[in-house]
Structure formats: structure tokens, C-alpha cells
Design a protein around this ligand. Structure first.
Ligand code: PLP
Length: 462
């Protein structure tokens, strides 16, 4: 493969093109454009192998909550590696980091919860939640109750089952997902695009709850087992639900005995201005999945937190079979668990929720001040320290750009030139999900740089 013009032979770029297949990348375009090779991080910034500095407006993948340096977390990992680098949790084996972290998560849960199960990624956590729901319904004698409802534009991961819950075309096309007709998608709760002319957020929410109820009745309530939702939809475009949405949705789910799985993989640990997204939107879930900020992303770990109702069903099933036949080699890995515990302690000490409320309010205002009224901007939205600026080709019709314009990649590239790492999402939304440690001065710099990037793209499109 020919390296890009600026990639010297044997450069990182040339070797990357020769040997790496990147996730979420147009492989052909990559062969021409090459990678950005990040070599180090400090605070909310990273540097590439050319020495260029970037503010990380996405905390990597919504995940590096404490930024890109922490001697304290590194020391904890080191100490745990010296003491017990690996042990597993199968067949009733345990270790202290696993026990301590589970206790901390149950104490911090947004509603009474019973047990914690571990995996390594958000996708595995959601796969596990689906399998738990199927197992639970078999165990309690409801073998027909197996269908799962998620929303269009939801992101629940990419493994075969979690990818089936995800509601984004790029995750389904050519992968033959969803894997079965057990996966059903209902409308995206995004008022800007989904609301009818003149319809209030509350009326829109009522209409979505009615759609959910009609879907359950059409499928047969005895076949519908679970509803998956991100409190704020992230990768689908940062969609904050319309007022009253979750109250109305939960009323329908309760009526038909459908379990609520809150996917807190992005929202969990402060992102929305409460410890959990569930608290921001008054959600009482049966199961919570979380990952990313659980360990500040210093090491992979995810958790599935279940209530006692679910646990009792799973426990009965396992007693019948003689085991709960599910688990990962690295479920509750001691080094990841030790780092996660220390991360939660850091959150307590930094008064995470108060910090996000203050800095988040500033970020939301700064984004609105800079981007509302810009000729390419349709909507600026967000809550806490997650937000998006949606670009539109036509403000009156709210039409997004033709995919051939590649507005997202253009903007990401312009951002790189300005020293800010941005990510274009479906819906032509430019997302902001910076490290939660970000302070107000860096919020301002991030918005300034992103603003200049958007201005540069505006000039390109003239
Ligand atoms: N759920 C949500 C809400 C996510 O945002 C993500 C990843 O971005 C996932 C699940 C999947 O997590 P992972 O990439 O760790 O598999």
C-alpha cells in the first residue's frame, strides 16, 4: 500500500497503514490519509508524534473522565500487579478488589440494587444484560418473554447481540444485524427532528409512550422482556430526551412487566450532572450497565448491576442447572477493579457531581453562545458535560448534509488543524464530551478552537 505523501517510509503512519485495521474507519480512505498517532497525554490534552498538542473534546471515546495522566491510578495498578496480577471469579473464586468494588457500586447505585457482575466493555455488559433477561424469564417460567426493545439511533455496542440493540445503520449494514426478530426498535426521542410542527416536548413524549405501548401490544406483552435506553443517547447524536419522556415510558413498561435496562456506559459517573443519568431523568432501572468512566478508562472493565428481583430469578435458574453458565476470563480483573475503586474514590474527593454541574453549565452556555445562529448550525443541545452542535444544510427544513459532503470527517480534520479532537456523529452532530476534570478556561479554549474549525469548514463549503 502506498503511504500518504506526508508519511516517510518506516514512519508510524506508513507502518500503521501497512499493518493496522482501524475500528470505525473507512479503510480505503485511511490508506490515503493515514492516522493521527497519539504518543502521550497530560490532563485534558494529548500530543501526536509530530509534537502537536490537542484538547480532547471527546475524552477519547466519552471515557477518559480523569483525562490522560494520573500517577495515583498508575501506582494503584502497579501495586495490584505486584500483589495479585490476575485471579478470576468463576466457580466462587473471589478477591478483595472484586468484593470492595462491588460494595462501592451497590452503595452508589441510584436505586436499591443487589449484585454486580463484571465484563470488559460496554458491549459485553449489554450482551450480558440481554442474556440475563432471557435466563431470568426461562427461570421464572415465562419462556416466551424474550423480545427486547431499543430505540432507533441507540448505541449499545457492537457485539452480535448488543449490536442488534444498537439502532444505527452503519452497525447493521453488511453485518447482517439484528441477529433475530427478537430485537425491535422504536422512535428516537429527539424533539428537534421527531416532533411534529407545534408539538410540545410533553405531547411528543406522550406520542412516543403510546408508540411503545402499541408496539408491546402488537408483539404480545407475553413476548416482550426488556427495554434498553441510554438516559442521554450518545453516539447516535447526543439526544436529550423530551420533558416527561422517561416517566411516561416507565409507566408503560411497568404495566406490561417489561424490565428496564439503563445503559449508563456514557452517562454513568457524573456526565449528566448527577452521579447517574438515571438520577437526571428519574429512571428506576432493573439493570444498569456501565463501563468507560468506571475506571476512567485506564483499564477495561464494565459492570452489570442488577436488582434483587432479577438476581433471585437468576439464582433460581442457576440452582436448577447447577451453574450460571456465563462469565469472562477477565470478569472483575483485579487490576482493573483496583483502578476502578481508586477512580470512584477520586470522584468522591473531587466532588464530581458539583464540579460537573458548575463546569457543565458553563460548557452548555459557551456552546450556545458560540454556535447558536451560526449559518451551518441547526440545534445546540446537551446536559452536564455532554453536548452536541448539529449541523444542517438547511436551517428551515432541518435537513442534514448529503453524505457526500462528509461534513463530520471534514470538521474533525479542521478541528485537528485547530488543536482540538472532535468527532462527527450520525445526524451531523459535532459532539462534546470532554474529560470530567476539565476546568472552565479549557472549556473556553475547546469551544474557541471548535468554533474556528467550523468557520473553516463554512469557508470550504462556499
Ligand atoms: N453503550 C453505550 C451507551 C456506549 O456509548 C458504548 C460505547 O461507546 C457502548 C455501550 C459500547 O461500549 P464498548 O465500546 O466498550 O463495547
Amino acid at each position: 500500500m502506498t503511504p500518504p505523501a506526508n508519511a516517510a517510509r518506516n514512519s508510524n503512519a506508513a507502518r500503521d497503514i501497512a499493518h493496522v485495521m482501524h475500528p470505525y474507519t473507512d479503510q480505503r480512505a485511511h490508506a490515503v490519509n493515514g492516522p493521527v498517532v497519539i504518543t502521550r497525554g497530560e490532563g485534558v490534552r494529548v500530543w501526536d508524534d509530530q509534537g502537536k498538542e490537542y484538547i480532547e473534546a471527546m475524552a477519547g471515546l466519552w471515557c477518559a473522565s480523569l483525562g490522560f495522566s494520573s500517577k495515583r491510578l498508575a501506582d494503584v495498578a502497579h501495586q495490584q500487579m505486584l500483589k495479585l496480577p490476575f485471579y478470576h471469579a468463576f466457580t466462587a473464586k473471589s478477591h478483595e478488589p472484586l468484593i470492595d468494588l462491588s460494595e462501592m457500586l451497590i452503595e452508589r447505585a441510584p436505586c436499591p440494587m443487589s449484585k454486580v457482575f463484571y465484563a470488559n466493555s460496554g458491549s459485553e455488559a449489554n450482551d450480558t444484560a440481554v442474556k440475563m433477561i432471557w435466563y431470568y424469564n426461562n427461570a421464572i417460567g415465562r419462556p416466551l418473554k424474550k423480545k427486547l426493545i431499543a430505540r432507533h439511533k441507540a448505541y449499545h455496542g457492537i457485539t452480535a447481540v448488543a449490536g442488534s440493540l444498537t439502532g444505527l445503520p452503519a452497525n447493521h449494514k453488511m453485518f447482517d444485524l439484528p441477529v433475530s426478530d427478537r430485537f425491535i426498535h422504536v422512535s428516537t426521542p429527539h424533539h428537534y427532528h421527531g416532533g411534529l410542527p407545534g408539538e410540545s416536548e410533553e405531547d411528543f413524549a406522550t406520542r412516543l409512550a403510546t408508540e411503545l405501548e402499541e408496539t408491546i401490544l402488537r408483539e404480545g406483552p407475553e413476548t416482550v422482556a426488556g427495554f434498553f435506553a441510554e438516559p442521554v443517547m450518545g453516539a447516535g447524536g447526543v439526544m436529550v430526551p423530551p420533558a416527561t419522556y422517561f416517566a411516561k415510558i416507565q409507566a408503560v413498561l411497568r404495566k406490561y412487566d417489561v424490565l428496564f435496562v439503563a445503559d449508563e456506559v456514557i452517562c454513568g459517573f457524573g456526565r449528566t450532572g448527577n452521579y447517574w443519568g438515571c438520577q437526571t431523568f428519574d429512571i428506576t432501572p432493573d439493570i444498569i450497565t456501565c463501563a468507560k468512566a468506571l475506571s476512567a478508562s485506564f483499564l477495561p472493565i464494565s459492570a452489570i448491576i442488577i436488582n434483587d428481583k432479577v438476581f433471585q430469578g437468576l439464582a433460581d435458574g442457576s440452582a436448577t442447572i447447577g451453574t450460571f453458565g456465563h462469565g469472562f476470563t477477565y470478569s472483575g480483573h483485579p487490576v482493573s477493579a483496583a483502578v476502578a475503586m481508586e477512580t470512584l474514590k477520586i470522584y468522591d474527593e473531587m466532588n464530581l457531581v458539583e464540579h460537573v454541574r458548575t463546569v457543565g453549565a458553563h460548557m452548555q452556555k459557551a456552546l450556545r453562545d458560540r454556535f447558536e445562529g451560526h449559518p451551518l448550525v441547526g440545534e445546540v443541545r446537551g446536559v452536564g458535560m455532554v453536548g452536541a452542535v448539529e449541523l444542517v444544510a438547511d436551517q428551515a427544513t432541518r435537513k442534514n448534509f448529503d453524505p457526500s459532503v462528509k461534513i463530520g470527517p471534514r470538521l474533525a480534520k479542521a478541528g485537528e488543524a485547530e488543536g482540538v479532537i472532535l468527532r462527527g456523529l450520525p445526524n451531523d452532530a459535532m459532539a462534546f464530551s470532554p474529560p470530567l476534570i476539565m476546568q472552565i478556561d479549557d472549556i473556553d479554549r475547546m469551544v474557541e478552537r471548535a468554533g474556528r474549525a467550523l468557520d473553516a469548514v463554512t469557508v470550504q463549503l462556499r
